[in-house]
Design a protein. Structure first.
Length: 286
């Protein structure tokens, strides 16, 4: 088994609110935090600085080559169901840009009608990550917590921190390569990530990376003895867009709570011209 040590990543801090409808608002905040991170998982993977061509490094570099610098998705749709979830749905447009500082991603809600106009911005840099919310009814921007209850999808237990572990290896203290796997008939490399975050509920995350496209096909979140949550794409939904391959459908299943979240993408552009204001906390709401 090969091992590559990588510096740990970090998640950010906080803000919160008031209002008598806070439980409903927090539930919606959790769903959108998931949307931002999940779309990054479907369409991109982590960029890592490497110096030697071991099999692990070759796999990671292939994953990096499959990461577009800019991305737009005209329609992102999420459905969550299970205990405590009543077919909660969300539709929006997604935009992302990656540079030497990290990832910036924006989600603009279009449906349901009572949420239309809300905007979310994820900003990753060398020091920390930050998640911002714009509420059009209040005309205000708030900074949200990317960890803990605020980051969860209502009733599904999937949260922003979980998906950060898939979308970038910087949130891992080490990476090792396991024996090859097969996912829906597709040969895959298996990478084992050890979370560096002290309060992570998982002991490890095992990701199956498609050998042909370098897209992540499956990720198992494990505690001491079993998989408690699984992220998996539909291999039949893998689509080639220019130089990149992405999955247009994915599912997250929580085996502890018996919940499920499904995500689908339409209208993916891997070389869009995106205005800088979309990714600036001071202007993303305009």
């Amino acid at each position: 088994m090969q091992r590559l040590v990588d510096p740990p990543g970090e998640l950010q801090r906080d803000a919160s609110a008031d209002a008598p409808r806070r439980p409903q608002r927090v539930a919606r905040v959790r769903l959108r935090a998931f949307a931002l991170a999940a779309v990054a998982v479907l369409t991109c993977t982590a960029a890592m600085e490497v110096t030697t061509q071991t099999p692990i490094v070759k796999t990671l570099e292939c994953m990096r080559a499959n990461t577009p610098r800019q991305l737009s998705v005209s329609e992102l749709h999420i459905e969550a169901e299970g205990a405590g979830v009543t077919n909660r749905t969300l539709t929006g447009a997604f935009y992302s840009r990656r540079d030497e500082r990290g990832l910036r991603a924006a989600l603009h809600i279009t449906a349901p009608a009572d949420l239309a106009g809300m905007r979310y911005l994820l900003v990753e840099d060398d020091a920390q990550d930050a998640l911002y919310l714009y509420l059009p009814a209040l005309g205000k921007v708030r900074r949200l917590s990317g960890v803990g209850p605020e980051s969860e999808i209502a009733g599904t237990t999937l949260n922003y921190a979980d998906l950060r572990l898939i979308s970038q290896a910087l949130a891992a203290s080490s990476i090792t390569m396991d024996a090859p796997a097969t996912v829906a008939g597709r040969p895959a490399h298996q990478l084992r990530f050890v979370p560096a975050v002290a309060d992570s509920p998982y002991r490890r995350v095992i990701a199956a990376v498609d050998k042909e496209s370098c897209a992540i096909l499956r990720a198992d979140f494990q505690n001491a003895d079993r998989t408690v949550k699984q992220y998996e794409v539909d291999p039949a939904s893998l689509i080639r867009a220019g130089a990149y391959t992405y999955a247009s459908r994915a599912t997250v299943v929580d085996s502890v709570r018996g919940t499920r979240a499904e995500l689908s993408l339409r209208g993916v552009n891997t070389s869009p011209k995106l205005a800088s204001r979309l990714f600036d906390p001071k202007t993303f709401q305009k």
